[in-house]
Design a protein around this ligand. Structure first.
Ligand code: MG
Length: 403
């Protein structure tokens, strides 16, 4: 069997290192041809030595030079910056591009891979949040297949196999509830950054861990699901499930609920995408139901998680609203991680940005959309530039309020 060639964007992050662990387990099956990282160049150098890719991308020219000076692999092509990333995504010899970059920073490269007709294992949810409709129509025209890595979407994807989409009543995304699921709202004013970074079930990067604490992560996932599974927001529900064993469910019209279960380990959904439609005998800790004993489900308390509501509203509103919210959230979470604001300020600032967006959306349209001179000014994302402009507008508004 021909080994599957993999491009891994964001190879030193949480998704990237999990993917490489799978490659390490199945060297006869997978083979890395390209890697990228933004900052951790020393880790990337170790990955290059182990996996011998043909092409790598780093953040800056200086980092690229450092790699060239330190790596003795003659045929290695080193590129850098966003252009380099787009080049790697579209040009590296590859059967599957693992899009593991966090945030809006992953949008252009993911789009470039879709444009080039590459199959994608999509972990970068912002791609769908910022430009879901655009990405899907491009994928339909180039034949690019998008496989969802995000554990919830991967679970839904698996639960849809063999079923007709017209029989779906709703999909239910499970949420751990993050570190504050048992904290009464009255005590939220005492939350510290260290508390927020302590996720009960998953080990992830800092940005997504904070998004889990606010449940913005779940909100972005609702938007992602809306596009990936082509369902209106009203057919998407969120339930708190503290064990993170049921990764999500599909409810069908005859009363059947189909779910995917497993221990919270990202290697399982990543391996499903890598081997799709087959499965590999992955060495991961396996679920023991008798040991788990009980599974709990409870409703979301809206007052504790205003960010979820904001994202649902943005999803409902459509157009540029999700991109604006995402940009603002990335700026605000960054400020929070740097200790500039309190946990409760995250949702306060985002609410203010979205309120301003709704009031100002006419002027935003004129600022943002290339064809704003037309009479029917679109409140839609028609290009990657539109998506990034809307995201940028959200960031700027948040930055103004952070001052
Ligand atoms: Mg998830």
């Amino acid at each position: 069997m021909q080994r599957q060639r993999l491009t891994i964007l964001g190879s030193t992050g949480s998704i990237g290192t999990s993917t490489l662990d799978i490659v390490r387990q199945f060297p006869e099956r997978f083979h890395v041809t390209a890697l990228s990282c933004r900052n951790r160049v020393r880790e990337l150098a170790e990955q290059i030595q182990e996996f011998r890719p043909q092409m790598v991308c780093v953040g800056t020219a200086e980092q690229a030079q450092w790699l060239v000076d330190h790596i003795v692999q003659e045929d290695l092509q080193v590129v850098y910056g966003e252009d380099g990333l787009v080049h790697v995504a579209a040009e590296a010899e590859s059967d599957l591009v693992v899009a593991g970059i966090v945030g809006a920073a992953g949008l252009r490269s993911t789009y470039a891979a879709v444009e080039a007709g590459r199959n994608i294992a999509l972990a970068n949810k912002e791609t769908m949040v910022l430009a879901g409709e655009l990405i899907l129509s491009k994928a339909a025209s180039t034949g690019s297949i998008i496989l969802p890595v995000d554990s919830e979407h991967n679970a839904i994807f698996q639960s849809l196999v063999g079923h007709r989409s017209e029989d779906i009543e709703k999909i239910i995304l499970t949420a751990s509830g993050g570190p504050f699921r048992d904290t009464p709202f009255s005590e939220f004013s005492k939350i510290t950054l260290q508390d927020a970074l302590r996720h009960p079930n998953w080990e992830m990067g800092n940005k997504i861990t904070i998004d889990s604490a606010t449940m913005m992560n779940k909100g972005l996932e609702v938007i992602e699901a809306r596009w990936l599974f082509d369902l209106p927001v009203k057919q998407i529900e969120v339930v708190i499930h503290r064990e993170s064993i049921v990764h999500s469910l599909v409810a069908y019209s005859d009363g059947s609920f189909i779910a995917q279960l497993g221990l919270p380990d990202m290697r399982t959904p990543i391996a499903y995408c890598l081997a799709y439609p087959e499965r590999v005998p992955l060495r991961v800790p396996k679920l023991n139901l008798a040991e788990i004993g009980k599974l709990h489900f409870e409703p979301v308390v809206p007052e504790k998680y205003p960010c979820l509501e904001l994202a649902m509203q943005a999803a409902h509103c459509g157009g540029a609203a999700p991109a604006v919210l995402n940009g603002a959230n990335e700026a605000v979470v960054e400020a929070y991680l740097q200790g500039q604001i309190h946990f409760l300020d995250i949702s306060r600032i985002l609410k203010a940005v979205m309120k301003h967006y709704v009031n100002q959306s006419d002027s935003l349209k004129i600022l943002s959309f290339s064809d704003a001179v037309r009479e029917d000014v679109p409140n839609a994302i028609r290009s990657i530039d539109d998506a990034l402009l809307a995201d940028q507008w959200g960031r700027q508004q948040a930055a103004g309020l952070l001052q």
